[in-house]
Design a protein around this ligand. Structure first.
Ligand code: DOR
Length: 433
């Protein structure tokens, strides 16, 4: 019998309405007791969590692992190391790999490779259309039985409404969500950043918010028509929120995520042509950011997801018009949201944790993961809220370092991450203050 005891932490478990000082006993990888524990078996591994937060491990619905195909940017091994360092214990890799994850064979490859290399749980997503071409839907049944947790063409939108309609219809047969990267490609065209004052000032082609909101409105209508579950990925603009809000009010099966970068930063971050702040959808205005925070608080946005998108230095060192879209996010998600949303008193720390644990677990139906319920796998994150860290290029465990928070000092340091009771990450860094 292997026993671990996490002692004297502030245990926050939103799924069980718990916020208390106490201990957690882990026996053979599962949570055996939560509370004040005196009668533990002899010789346990003891982790002292005095003055630290102890919460369920974070769950990311939106990670790009790049394997197979672009192992120069990230692999299942390095991506899951980054996840563990960011306090994530479960992640969902997107299907825009090479080859794309549009067949049972690729799902099986990812799962087999994850069994060997991954240090956190990996729940692959299949694509909606074959080869991400937007023309023909994948064999949903094959991918379902191979083990995907949802379908998304992320990186690309599903532009054809008829295809999206059929995808939503099929998905109901398997009880899985369709996750959509909402972008009207004709409207976004060759745009590089948000269409606003900054794009005008620095002379870059803008992407109007309606490139996102038009597709969101369409998806809400199609979900209402089919009864399918639509999950809107990386919502970034105020104009999209009224459609999600209205759909939810009418009982449409819709959930939504926002990223830490859209919740914390604005298009001002591109004023000096910083390619790490070039992502798709683009960072919006301060008005967009404030609307997103309100939507997160009122439940219009269900959860926080990273859109961790690794790219090499060679690619990101190109001129901003040519550099690829994307920022890595697994290792800065909690510190960024804690610094920008909790330290500024917009969100409580428990609400932030709920949006990163219970909420995503519910969307892909992997509870009791995302909770500290008795009998649940002991996926646990320990955080020191009293420490901060300057984010530099060498901060990351990811194979890439294209991160939009580089240069900022962020509060809230992940100190330890456990997956099924096993310590998969422990931070021991003199640079932390
Ligand atoms: O910024 C982004 N990068 N947005 C996406 O939707 C795709 C991602 C990528 O794959 O690099």
């Amino acid at each position: 019998m292997e026993t671990t005891i996490i002692k004297n932490g502030r245990i926050i478990d939103p799924a069980n309405n718990l916020d208390t000082i106490g201990d957690i006993l882990i026996v053979d990888g599962v949570i055996a007791k939560v509370g004040v524990i005196d009668d533990f078996p002899s010789d346990p591994v003891v982790i002292d969590a005095t003055d630290k937060i102890v919460c369920p491990g974070f769950i990311d619905l939106h990670t790009h692992l790049r394997e197979p195909g672009r192992e120069d940017k990230e692999t299942i091994k390095t991506g899951t190391m980054a996840a563990a360092a960011g306090g994530y214990t479960s992640i969902c890799p997107m299907g825009n790999t090479s080859p794309v994850c549009d067949s049972a064979a690729v799902v099986k490859f990812i799962k087999t490779r994850a069994d060997i290399d991954a240090i956190v749980n990996v729940y692959p997503m299949g694509t909606v259309t074959k080869n991400l071409a937007g023309e023909e839907i994948v064999e949903f049944g094959d991918l379902y039985y191979a083990g995907v947790k949802g379908f998304t063409d992320d990186g690309n939108p599903v532009m054809n409404a008829e295809i999206m309609r059929r995808a939503l219809e099929y998905s109901t047969m398997f009880g899985l969500p369709i996750l959509d990267h909402c972008e009207d490609k004709q409207l976004s065209d060759e745009g590089v950043m948000h269409d606003g004052l900054v794009s005008t000032r620095i002379g870059l082609k803008g992407i109007p918010p309606q490139a996102e909101s038009i597709q969101v409105a369409r998806d809400v209508d199609l979900a209402a028509m089919t009864g399918g579950h639509i999950h809107i990925q990386h919502v970034s603009k105020k104009a999209s929120l009224c459609h999600i809000r209205q759909g939810k009010k009418q009982g449409v099966n819709i959930t939504a995520e926002a990223t830490p970068h859209h919740l914390c930063l604005t298009d001002e971050k591109l004023a000096d042509f910083n390619t790490n702040a070039k992502m798709n959808p683009p960072l919006g205005s301060e008005e967009d950011r404030q609307a997103l925070i309100e939507a997160l608080i009122d439940g219009t946005i269900d959860c926080i997801a990273t859109d961790h998108a690794p790219h090499t230095d060679i690619e990101k060192d190109m001129p901003i018009t040519l550099a690829p879209f994307g920022t890595i996010g697994l290792e800065t998600a909690f510190p960024a949201c804690y610094t920008y949303l909790v330290k500024t008193s917009r969100l409580s720390v428990s609400m932030l944790i709920q949006k990163m644990t219970q909420a995503p677990a519910d969307i892909i139906k992997i509870a009791p993961r995302g909770s500290l319920s008795l009998g649940a796998p002991a996926d646990i994150t320990i955080i020191d809220l009293n420490k901060s860290q300057l984010i530099t290029k060498d901060f990351f465990h990811s194979k890439s370092s294209n991160n939009c928070f580089i240069g900022e000092t962020l509060c809230g340091v992940i100190t330890t991450t456990l997956v099924s009771g096993k310590v998969v990450f422990r931070r021991d860094d003199p640079k932390i203050t």
